[in-house]
Design a protein around this ligand. Structure first.
Ligand code: ATR
Length: 275
């Protein structure tokens, strides 16, 4: 049977199999989608399995989105710019192609909220695997500025340098600034792209109590549905949105690439991920 996989480490939490298997069944595609925990030293062998057609395609999650790149034959321009791959497929010429559907996932999720990001000031927390894709998308949305903050400041500074000099280069539309962890700059939109909140008891050690209302709090995390970060935003009178739609839209884009079918996104799909 045709097999698709999501690879990462850890991988237990991944809901990708649930979503892809649901869509495959709905579309009468005779294949299976599984998850596999890998170590860095298995990556090359894993890619060989795609080349040899033992595996039809794969999603890649933390911490391999960048690490997988040397083993691929070609990257799409977005994957190349962000140096981040979350979807892999074999093309008609048997070349292994790395795509980035996180960018489109984030863009579509934001479109769905109907909140206009243009000319807004964004405060972005974290510097991990998904952050280059978010910066890339925010720049496309023409936000006025992106203030980056990460517990380990050096990583935010490296990302700022990478964004300015490589990722956005001549297409740079938004200013990128770095502040120390703990500093709350003026912002319209705050995005949590750290892993804090995945565990229900965790709370970011940031104090938002002095901000005014009518801001937008976005969390990349979707499980739990409402992190402490989103609850704080809501309690202070702000609009909030979790990462569920980003997750669904990145998966839909991958599904389209593999099966050439646009899967339906409806209430049933949205609810599927709550179970
Ligand atoms: P990776 O860094 O391997 O890509 P990730 O889950 O995408 O993994 O990123 C984790 C992010 O959450 C990082 O930005 C991390 O900050 P550090 O770079 O300082 O490690 C952030 N993070 C994790 N635990 C945190 C905490 N307790 N407080 C603040 N930030 C935290």
């Amino acid at each position: 049977m045709n097999k698709f996989l999501v690879i990462g480490n850890p991988i237990d939490h991944s809901l990708s199999p649930k979503l892809h298997n649901y869509w495959m069944e709905k579309n009468n595609i005779n294949a299976i989608y599984e998850k596999e925990k890998l170590n860095s030293n298995n990556l090359q062998n894993f890619i060989l399995n795609i080349k040899n057609k033992n595996i039809c395609g794969a999603n890649v999650t933390v911490p391999f989105k960048k690490e997988v790149i040397p083993y691929l034959d070609k990257l799409t321009p977005d994957a190349e710019a962000t140096q981040s791959v979350n979807t892999i497929l074999l093309d008609n010429e048997d070349k292994i192609i790395g795509h980035n559907t996180d960018i489109g996932g984030f863009e579509n999720a934001i479109k769905f909220t109907k909140y206009d990001f243009k000319k807004k000031k964004v405060f972005l927390l974290g510097a991990g695997g998904v952050v280059p894709s978010i910066i890339f998308a925010l720049n496309k949305m023409r936000v006025s500025s992106i203030t980056l903050s990460n517990r380990t400041k050096k990583k935010a500074e490296d990302l700022q340098k990478f964004s300015n000099e490589k990722m956005l280069k001549n297409n740079k539309l938004s200013e990128i600034v770095v502040v120390n962890w703990g500093v709350i700059p003026e912002f319209d939109i705050v995005i949590n792209a750290t892993s804090v909140g995945l565990n229900n008891n965790q709370k970011l050690d940031l104090d938002f109590s002095n901000i005014s209302k009518n801001k937008f709090f976005y969390d990349v995390i979707y499980n739990p549905k409402e992190t402490k970060f989103l609850k704080t935003g809501k309690d202070l009178g702000n609009q909030t949105e979790n990462g569920k739609k980003m997750f669904i839209y990145q998966a839909a884009e991958a599904f389209k690439l593999w099966h050439n079918i646009q899967p339906e996104i409806n209430e049933e799909v949205i609810e599927l991920l709550d179970q």
